[in-house]
Design a protein around this ligand. Structure first.
Ligand code: PA5
Ligand code: NI
Length: 194
């Protein structure tokens, strides 16, 4: 085997839900996401009980963050809610208009997408279902199930991330539990429609 080879076998462990090798591994806890939920007081109630649960974690593998390369990854969103709103990722736009896809591996969830002028769409992800994010659309994923929601993703490595738009304006829609079922409703705190 050539030790200088750039080809690597990247292993998705489909029992432990890990990706190896990874060039990035990140765990995001509730304390970091509190303000992204429509009801931060409900997050405070969890945090003040002494818990700061991991909401999601993800692995990424990039050979190089340069034009033409692709970044691969695995995201695990834990089950849980803040008030009525399900655990979710922070969400972002890419700095360059780049497409991305998600492949559901385990559990159930929603891929929510949003244009900069506030149009929205969504797809329900399950194992084997692919969700496509068109270039230029912001995206967030939400765990609407009772177990872990896990998906594989890929996007162009030079796309970059813009977290500022979501931080400032939020998403136009949120996913909440109503009578035991997920529903998508307008976000009362959305600041992008003015
Ligand atoms: O690129 C993506 O859309 C995903 O890989 C996400 O980065 C991942 O799910 C974590 O979400 P976020 O980057 O919004 O924290
Ligand atoms: Ni993305």
């Amino acid at each position: 085997m050539n030790s200088e080879s750039i080809l690597k076998a990247v292993k998705l462990d489909l029992k432990k839900y890990t990706m190896n090798p990874a060039t990035r591994k990140r765990e995001v806890r509730l304390s970091e996401l509190k303000e992204y939920f429509s009801n931060p007081e409900a997050a405070d109630r969890i945090l003040s009980s002494g818990r700061d649960p991991v909401v999601y974690e993800y692995y990424e593998y990039s050979v190089e963050e340069a034009v033409g390369h692709m970044t691969l990854g695995l995201t695990i969103i834990y089950p849980g809610k803040v008030g009525k709103e399900y655990f979710m990722t922070r969400g972002h736009f890419h700095q360059k208009p780049a497409a991305e896809f998600y492949l559901g591996i385990r559990g159930r969830g929603i891929l929510l997408i949003q244009s900069e002028d506030g149009r929205t769409d969504y797809v329900e992800l399950r194992p084997g279902i692919i969700g496509y994010v068109p270039p230029g659309w912001g995206h967030r994923t939400i765990n609407t199930g009772r177990g872990k929601f896990i998906f594989f993703f890929a996007y162009p490595s030079d796309a970059g991330h813009d977290y500022g738009i979501v931080k400032e304006k939020g998403f136009a829609k949120i996913v909440v539990e109503e009578k035991g079922k997920p529903i998508i409703v307008d976000n009362p705190k959305y600041a992008g429609s003015t």
